[in-house]
Design a protein around this ligand. Structure first.
Ligand SMILES: Nc1ncnc2c1ncn2[C@@H]1O[C@H](COP(=O)(O)OP(=O)(O)O)[C@@H](O)[C@H]1O
Ligand SMILES: [Mg+2]
Length: 314
């Protein structure tokens, strides 16, 4: 587990006075939030640099949306605080630089996406051209329809466009592709990655591992309000270095004791994760001459993180 601690910077710091070019996109320290008796978030710190895409992951109820709401200034922390490009959380200056997609977006039934996006664009000094948003989120056939009859996925496309309408320097996306079809997911992921490559900062929550892999540079994992894992994807892949060795056995094959003890039987295949797959392959080939369909596969991101998480919480 790595937690970065930085000292709080006063507003007079020249880095923040110079504006968005040099200040950190997010610099939050020691955030805590309690709902009644539930400590939803504790001592949570986060730094995000301009041009960085961060994935916030964790199970339902881990505290992801709470983090986003505190950083967006939609709720006040009980403890700690932070800055967005040098501006206090929730300040007008911070909001001008930020785009938001809430986890649940509902819109007035009578208005069209063009009206909604046009209205939102009016709040910003440098809004994105409508045509770019229409193309980016596949809104061509939706743009002039009233939103009353929109499906969940259609509303979500509009919500995503809304996050980017102000040409923001930082975008918060809470489960951006939940309910989206695969075309919508692919459009979003390509646009989000291009946005970060062009210098935009992104903080998204997601339960889709392929989305995290395609969009994010770094992940933070939280569990019951605490950060338990942090690292760049490149780092995490390097730390992994493990493989899963798996194979099938004939129905009537004997089951040696070491097999049932050390291997997991899943969907008809015996499997074990190991750092030395060469040795394990030699061993099982010698001991189980009738094994079939032997496979050695590197761990995917999901399994790698599960392993690292076990180490971090052990
Ligand atoms: N307004 C609220 N009132 C009471 N409990 C809340 C409220 N918002 C969130 N919680 C609780 O705080 C915990 C974290 O919630 P949340 O941040 O929404 O989790 P996540 O987004 O990771 O699923 C959950 O147990 C949730 O039920
Ligand atoms: Mg949530």
């Amino acid at each position: 587990m790595q937690v970065r601690h930085q000292t709080d910077r006063p507003l007079s710091d020249p880095r923040s006075a110079r504006g968005t070019e040099t200040a950190l996109a997010i610099d939050a320290q020691g955030l805590g939030k309690r709902f009644g008796t539930l400590q939803a978030l504790r001592d949570f710190s986060l730094v995000l640099r301009p041009g960085e895409a961060l994935g916030l992951i964790g199970t339902n109820g881990a505290g992801k949306s709470t983090v986003l709401k505190l950083l967006q200034g939609l709720r006040s922390p009980d403890s700690g605080g932070g800055r967005i490009f040098g501006h206090p959380l929730g300040s007008h200056a911070a909001k001008q630089l930020v785009g938001i997609t809430p986890q649940n977006a509902d819109f007035p039934e009578q208005i069209t996406p063009r009206e909604l996006l046009g209205y939102a664009a009016g709040h910003f000094t440098r809004p994105k051209p409508m045509a770019e948003l229409i193309a980016a989120f596949g809104l061509d056939r939706l743009i002039d329809r009233r939103m009353g009859g929109f499906s969940g996925g259609e509303k979500r496309r509009v919500a995503l466009a809304l996050a980017f309408v102000g040409n923001p320097s930082l975008v918060f996306l809470d489960e951006p592709t939940s309910g989206l079809d695969t075309v919508g997911q692919d459009l979003f992921r390509a646009y989000a990655r291009a946005y970060a490559d062009a210098g935009g900062s992104l903080l998204l929550t997601s339960h889709h591992w392929d989305e995290i892999e395609q969009v994010c540079d770094r992940i933070v994992m939280i569990d019951r309000g605490r950060q338990i894992l942090e690292g760049t994807l490149r780092d995490i892949r390097r730390r992994a270095g493990r493989c899963r060795v798996s194979f099938a056995l004939a129905e009537d094959a004997g089951r040696p004791a070491w097999l049932t003890r050390d291997f997991l039987l899943e969907a008809g295949r015996w499997q074990k994760v190991t750092a030395d797959s060469d040795a394990l392959v030699r061993f099982v080939l010698r001991e189980l001459p009738d094994l079939r369909a032997l496979q050695v596969t590197p761990l995917d991101l999901k399994d790698t993180i599960a392993e690292l998480r076990e180490e971090a919480t052990a």
